[in-house]
Design a protein around this ligand. Structure first.
Ligand SMILES: Cc1ncc(COP(=O)(O)O)c(C=O)c1O
Length: 393
């Protein structure tokens, strides 16, 4: 029996104790001065973490609400837009576009592959009437990170608006919203922000707000212009998720104490450790080399058959308290995923890898133990020797 649970799905992520305490504070009036101060503090923290001077709108909904907000504010029915998809979250965004009647052009790559900026360039060259490009920063279903600066350069050279889903990347992976001239950047409280689910944060450029002002797609709850008017008065248009915002404020305070670049380096190191450990176990990664995510690792099922994989994940959860994620959609039964974002450090990785190895042995998938942790330790040693952060691989 496991006495404690180690939640290592790619969101919701574990909450630091400080955050749990902050989230349980008594309620406040969301139209009063205490809330105004809370919202201002969070907005400032998010601008810092996202590297933007743009407005960051705060919605009481999950990340998908942020994706929908981008569509309904940027696109008119019938308007042609490019949706770049490398997995289920990219597909979801394109489906939302189609649901609102946009003329969706889908650039879709095989699971494990990133978007090639040259393909984006070719499609934009062939379709001059595309107004907006939607792209996932970090595809949580496959563990692939896109090269957003390269994609942004292509999109911006052609004067298009750019919307980026960084629900599982922002706050963990290098991201320069203003440097890349991202018009709409979507993220969610339950990922790298070390807060519970329930809040979508959407950074919007002046060009995105101007577009929203002119767009005719019916909307109310997710309207950028209405929400911004309220946030200018340090309120939100509807009742906010106050408890989640208390948590986010504390999570952001912890992030400030650590420093943004230190956070990025920690995620890069931890991810390299996970990959080294998994490799030492003889397991294979889904994501193509050079594009592997530093927040989520997708690993092929070590044996044939979805039942055995299910048995492994159940053994890890019930005997050892380690909760990992399976695959989504077509990848169900074919892969499993380890989330390593938000509150995670070297010691957590050793624990995850040793437990995974134990589970593999218990379910008869591997006979030897003791390989994964030393492999991860050697990554830490090499980082210490070189003084360089572990890079993307
Ligand atoms: C990349 C990405 N986009 C969008 C979403 C959807 O967010 P939510 O489940 O909070 O609606 C997720 C959730 O895991 C995600 O990882």
């Amino acid at each position: 029996m496991a006495f404690a649970q180690q939640l290592r799905v790619p969101g919701p992520t574990p909450l630091p104790e400080r955050v749990v305490r902050a989230a349980s504070r008594p309620m406040i009036n969301h139209r009063g001065p205490e809330f105004a101060a809370l919202l201002r503090d969070i907005e400032e923290g998010l601008r810092w973490a996202l590297r933007t001077d743009n407005d960051v709108l705060i919605y009481p909904c999950s990340g998908t609400g942020g994706l929908e907000a981008a569509v309904v504010n940027l696109l008119n029915p019938g308007e042609r837009a490019l949706f770049c998809t490398m997995g289920s979250f990219g597909d979801r965004w394109a489906d939302i576009g189609a649901a609102y009647g946009a003329d969706v052009v889908r650039l879709r790559v095989e699971p494990g592959e990133p978007i090639d900026p040259e393909d984006v360039e070719r499609i934009l060259a062939e379709n001059a009437d595309i107004t907006t490009v939607f792209v996932t920063h970090n595809e949580t279903s496959t563990g692939v990170t896109n090269d957003i600066p390269a994609i942004a350069a292509v999109v911006k050279a052609r004067g298009k608006l750019l919307a980026v889903d960084s629900v599982s990347g922002a706050g963990c992976l290098p991201l320069d919203t203003d440097g890349c001239r991202i018009d709409v950047l979507v993220t969610g409280s339950q990922k790298g922000w070390m807060a519970p689910p329930g809040v979508a944060m959407v950074a919007v450029s002046a060009a995105a707000l101007a577009r929203a002002d002119a767009t005719t797609t019916p909307r109310w709850y997710l309207d950028f212009v209405r929400e911004r008017k309220f946030q200018e008065k340090s309120q939100t248009a509807t009742t906010p998720a106050v408890g989640v915002l208390f948590a986010m404020q504390e999570g952001l305070a912890m992030m400030r104490e650590e420093g943004l670049e230190a956070i990025w380096e920690r995620h890069a190191r931890v991810a390299s450790m996970i990959r080294a450990g998994v490799d030492a176990l003889g397991l294979r990664l889904l994501a193509a080399e050079g594009h592997r995510s530093d927040t989520v690792t997708a690993i092929y099922n070590p044996v044939d058959g979805a039942d055995t994989l299910k048995e492994l994940l159940t053994d890890l959860r019930t005997r050892h308290g380690l909760v990992l994620a399976g695959g989504q959609g077509d990848l169900a039964g074919k892969i499993f995923r380890i989330g390593h974002l938000g509150m995670i450090d070297d010691g957590d990785v050793y624990s995850i890898l040793a437990t995974l190895e134990q589970g593999l042995q218990e379910t008869g998938m591997r006979s030897r133990v003791g390989l994964a942790v030393p492999a991860a330790q050697s990554v830490v040693r090499s980082v210490q020797v070189s003084g360089q952060p572990a890079g993307v691989s």
